[in-house]
Design a protein around this ligand. Sequence first.
Ligand SMILES: *Cc1c(COP(=O)(O)O)cnc(C)c1O
Length: 420
Amino acid sequence: MVEQSMKYINAYDPEIARVLELELKRQRTHLELIASENMVSPEVMAVMGSVLTNKYAEGYPGHRYYGGCEYVDLAENICIERAKMIFDAKYANVQAHSGSQANFAVYLALCKPGDTVMGLDLNMGGHLTHGSRANFSGKTYNIVPYGVNPETGRIDMDQVREIALECRPRMIITGASAYPRAIDFKAFGDIAKEVGAYLMVDIAHIAGLVAAGEHQSPLPYADVVTMTTHKTMRGPRGGIILTNDGAIAKKIDSAMFPGTQGGPLMHIIAAKAVALGEALHPKFREYQHQIVTNAAVLAQTLLEGGMELVSGGTDNHLMLLDLKNSEVSGKELEIRLDSVGITANKNMVPNDPRKPAETSGVRLGTPAVTSRGLKEAEMRQIGGLICDAVNDFDAKRKDIEEQTAALCERFPIYESKFKA
Ligand SMILES: *Cc1c(COP(=O)(O)O)cnc(C)c1O
């Protein structure tokens, strides 16, 4: 299906078709270990490129600013119902164009400019939208960050409580982009209640794990939950907001539209519905379980190979190689791995002595390679290759390259054998 549509485009716009071909080839010939990426099913992809893209549907199902919305209403309602069912939530807004847009709408709904908001520091694993000074969140709100314990690499709930009692925030945000451990949402909920703050939990990374019961769900404890649909959820790029509180749901809806967005992307909302339909299938649970198993095996292999990991391991789909004591920087390892067919990203580690452009960490995640069909044996193999790339790159380079190429060949994508 994917190649057929590329042939069609090639006859129409060869310049762009060439880009698609090159990117497909890159994805086929590289092992994708970027923790926030995944590979959607051909069906999800097909719905993204559908007639629904033509439709303006500002507003919500049954209450639109345009005529002719009766069918896109069906798509949005199906998407909402599936999201509510999967996460056991009373309300869902599925219009966010991205995870950042979902977070933006929550800020607008629950906070006033200048309000105090607590979020996990970007350099400790948080996200830009959790209060970075470079982001609207840090520019608009009085951000009081919390971090991780430098010894354990874990969020220290006593410290979170202390900071919250001191600064009395309007909202506490938890959730992360580079945090390898389970987060205790109940403990966050207790602290938020104690200080009278809203609790927003951003499960952008771990939504799939939560959906499959591989991570504690925040829904019983959070006032509002945001997520992306394109990371472990394996859907189109986009966001979803959930809540169990009717009054908050109303505020979220108007903060999304007309507060921060215009017309929703109906083709993407329909594709989100397809991905959520996939998530309702028992196979999805197996997939999420395999992601976590694969991450545990990869982490174990790296540790046995003499590598250090932030917090000493992982509970979820990702881990952070800690290169503080290595001569190889995060940037250098990212470049080395890319040159031999392994894609990953450099990342700051807690108390990183190197600069953000250099870093002492590399973030490794298993969602995409698990979609491709890789299991424990391959994780052990890849772990060994990464150790070789750190310790003995010049001598092993050719061998690593051959092994990654063979793995990519054995686990094809977007061919008949590929079943994401
Ligand atoms: C990825 C991510 C987001 C933002 O998602 P985009 O779709 O890239 O805007 C938000 N929060 C967290 C924790 C993330 O990891």
